[in-house]
Write a protein of this length. Sequence first.
Length: 438
Amino acid sequence: MEQMSLFENEVPQPLAARLRPQTLDEFAGQKHLLGEGMVLRRLIESDQISSMIFWGPPGVGKTTLARIIANRTKAEFIDFSAVTSGIKDIRAVMQNAEEGRKYGRKTIVFVDEIHRFNKAQQDAFLPFVEKGSIILIGATTENPSFEVNGALLSRCKVFVLKALEKDDVVGLLKRALKDERGFGSQQVNISEDILDKLAYFSNGDARTALSTLEMVVLNGEINFDGSITVTENVLEQCISKKSLLYDKNGEEHYNLISALHKSMRNSDPDAAVYWLARMLEAGEDPLYVARRVTRFASEDIGLADTNALNVAVNAYQACHYIGMPECTVHLTEAVVYMAMAPKSNALYAAYETAKLDAIKSMAEPVPLQIRNAVTGLMKDLNYGKGYQYAHDYEEKLTRMSCLPENIADREYYIPTEEGNEGKIKARLKEIKEWKKQK
């Protein structure tokens, strides 16, 4: 049993802990799961929970959802930590749950950071999940496809939680200022602009948003009447960096990423590095930049230099593993590589053109010769009839058409002469001339 301190009740909880939602109505975000009539909300409200995994970034409500379930369910709820628990602890809890099942008692086991469990620890849950001795709820920031055993994952429904939208975070901050559990008993003067910047700085993480709000309020200027004023200067000091001058619509955010993108496209490494530094030093999420650089690698370089995508993905992984400030050099390497690489937007143009045709011709049937005849009936209907297997031919080519008849002559991918794409263009020309000759 834990020994309690005489002063335990005197230590105030952090704002994020005090404001942890107790009900679904207090919960911020995740409307795709918890909006009226949505499946997860119905399961929680009807106390019909089955084994599930909550997957999402930090601070989006995974643990909070588990607490809400604990408050609503009639089952025994056991909170388990993947950081401090071993196989012996797991087996003891599982045996108690098994005994409870014999007497009709349902047990829900919540495992925070389930990705931290090794294979043996996860395997210890499996037979009890299979038998229905427990209902397992796991929370993870990592892709469960890679971090959770396949056998265990197949018995769980995965719910993907998203980073909170800016409006959700602003609403949360306003509630914290009004709620008695937050700063409701105090007069806090804070502008909408600062709330917007706090919401942006949190990057969709409710815990970060509330912790930062608490810091700026506690460090705000105390007025003669006892009220507190939060200024831009206080905000910048508390987040240890200057805030980007984002307006409520985030225009400057898009201006900066546009400047980075266009500098790389214009093969200007100096400008690219400058705009990268402007974003990162102002608090931009490095993973956001890395995602945009990855998009650029295919949209503006593509097959002209196929290594560009490798560089971009590697930079994203480096940012994910080590974070700021170390990952600044990885992103610098990536944007300079993109700026200096040969440019081609042929892949982007190909997809955009094909997309228009695809939307207009959704009803076009797949040609019979490239359908897969997996049943006798399909063969009778001429599925696969006339199919030509390219490997059976000396040139590894055939004249078989793979497009719907009405658009059989369309050309979507038109390679440039840039970089490696010059070779691809020559090869494609050979293929098309061969088909014409035959």
